[in-house]
Design a binder for this molecule. Structure first.
Ligand code: SGN
Ligand code: CA
Length: 520
């Protein structure tokens, strides 16, 4: 490996040779150069909208490139499918109950142990740009430049230790620009070539309300997009907890979401305030025909739901296209700098998302679309068998222990995650996890009326307990991958239910959770 790298460096310009030399100096105890980490996380990007996962609704060539040259994880589960909690989990490698960030009302305790701090102590440079959403100021980062709260799509504000400033442009592009500027060493806290680094690029898109870049507004209009099989799910075997969620495209998705709001509506005014004249003109052309179409069509019931779903997809997929383009720019930068070989690149979403499955948008539930996040990892220097599809249960819990092991940095003994190093290297993992504990903590009083629940899955079956109502659901993921048939009370599954109930009790004990009695 090393001779190859040196040979290649001889043909490169002096500045690149310097970068490569610096990389070689950053050597771990065993003598191998320590890898860099580029962690790209988007917000609410469903695996169904990553073409590498094969749903066939869009093309994400750059994310697919990571999968092709790396590994595609097919059971990457999140322990609590919501934005803030997943971000806290990535930083700590811990479940919400251990890092104290339970839901989007929480404030992250930045004094606790994190992966970023540990990498800093081990001599890494650490940087984060884009969405943060953990309320307290970032700690453990040499450089941070983050969106306040959810952030805005157009002319977004960013905050740094020096204060807040609005940046012209579209948030996804601006975030990528900032990441590349940092890689190029811009400013006092920019990357220095003499140390390995962690760069976290956290895209706000494609989060609701799915506002695309102006030049992409028309990209998916009129395209053939296959409808999910469960768009018109009738919930016939499901518990009231599933039925009562307020995240159906038909009933809950509003005119702001599908861009059919009226001229005098505040939304339009608010959005336009952040736009240049050209951007505004593109948006007027986007909104007005839709509004006219909906008014003229007289659509009702299922046909109206289908119409709304199509507009949702047009905007959502256009947002995803910008995210994918940003991924491509970062990969190109790594190639150009000669750093691709020994940089671990991860692309994932904070959690999964519904693209009309069960008639829904949003996340929160333990059903597959929101439990599973897309996750692809590339690392040419260390990864064996590139292009592999991996079915073992992995998680965003595993990011911190993986990076830390590869960096030779200290790992908090309390972490719940496991290092993926052996999987990346195609080495045996004899005691790998066989099941996974999930716990959604935000509760129905917030957005979308989703009941508190926890559960366990082994990837084959899934048991869910909506404990405030004492409602149980059990799914056979092989027979019923779309989770349409709750078999919790089916005698043929009595044994499976008993086994998973016992396992859930064990996991609850591990995570210190005793479900309240109904009504408590
Ligand atoms: C906002 C959205 C919700 C979404 C939450 C949490 N409503 O409140 O639909 O579930 O964020 O999302 S919106 O009308 O303001 O867009 S998260 O990804 O940050 O957890
Ligand atoms: Ca999210």
């Amino acid at each position: 490996m090393a001779p190859k790298r040196i040979r290649r460096s001889l043909a490169l310009p002096a500045s690149w040779r310097f970068l490569l030399l610096a990389l070689l100096i950053a050597v771990s105890a065993e003598g191998a150069p320590r890898p860099n980490f580029v962690f790209i996380m988007s917000d609410d990007h469903a695996y169904q909208a990553v073409s590498a996962y094969g749903a066939g609704i869009n093309n994400t060539p750059n994310i697919d490139r990571i999968a092709r040259e790396g590994i595609r994880f097919d059971r990457a589960y999140v322990p609590n499918s919501l934005c803030g909690p997943c971000r806290a989990t990535v930083l700590t490698g811990k479940h919400s109950s251990r890092n104290g960030f339970y839901d989007n009302r929480s404030t992250f305790d930045g004094t606790q142990w994190t992966m970023a701090k540990s990498l800093q102590r081990a001599g890494y440079q650490t940087a984060i740009v884009g969405k943060w959403h953990l309320v307290s100021e970032p700690t453990g980062f040499d450089h941070w430049d983050v969106l306040p709260g959810q952030g805005k799509y157009y002319r977004p504000d960013f905050i740094t230790p020096a204060g807040k400033s609005a940046i012209d442009g579209y948030v996804t592009d601006v975030t990528t620009d900032k990441a590349i500027a940092w890689l190029n060493g811009a400013g006092e806290t920019g990357r220095k070539a003499d140390k390995p680094f962690l760069l976290m690029i956290h895209q706000k898109a494609p989060h609701r309300p799915w506002d695309p870049a102006p030049e992409r507004l028309k990209e998916f209009v009129g395209r053939e997009i296959p409808e999910p099989a469960t768009l018109l799910d009738d919930y016939s075997t499901r518990t009231s907890s599933a039925v009562d969620a307020k995240m159906r495209i038909g009933e809950t998705m509003n005119d702001r979401d599908i861009k059919t709001w009226a001229e005098d509506n505040n939304h339009r005014q608010w959005l336009y305030n952040h736009m240049t004249a050209d951007q505004k003109a593109a948006w007027v052309e986007h909104i007005d025909p839709r509004q006219a179409e909906l008014e003229d069509s007289g659509l009702e019931g299922d046909e109206r739901t289908r119409w709304k779903w199509r507009r949702y997809m047009e905007d959502y997929l256009a947002c995803v296209a910008s995210v994918d383009e940003g991924v491509g720019r970062v990969l190109d930068w790594l190639d150009g700098a000669g750093l691709a070989e020994n940089t671990v690149v991860v692309y994932m979403s904070d959690q999964g998302f519904y693209l009309g499955e069960h008639g829904w948008f949003d996340k929160r539930f333990m059903y597959e679309e929101s439990l599973r996040t897309p996750m692809v990892v590339r690392w040419p220097a260390g990864l064996k068998e590139p292009g592999r599809e991996e079915g073992r249960i992995v998680s965003n819990l595993d990011i911190a222990p993986t990076f830390l092991e590869l960096a030779g940095a200290e790992v908090d003994p309390e972490v719940d995650g496991r290092s993926l190093t052996a999987i990346l290297r195609s080495e045996p993992t004899p005691d790998w996890r066989e099941d996974f504990y999930y716990h959604y903590h935000e509760g129905p009083e917030r957005d979308h009326n989703v009941q508190l629940h926890d559960g366990v899955t082994d990837g084959r079956h899934k048991l869910i307990h909506f404990y405030k109502r004492d409602e149980w659901e059990l799914y056979d993921l092989e027979e019923d991958p779309r989770e349409l048939s709750n078999v919790a009370d089916d005698p043929r599954y009595a044994e499976v239910r008993e086994r998973l109930t016992a396992r859930l009790a064990e996991l609850r004990e591990d995570y210190g959770f005793t479900p309240p009695k109904v009504g408590e």
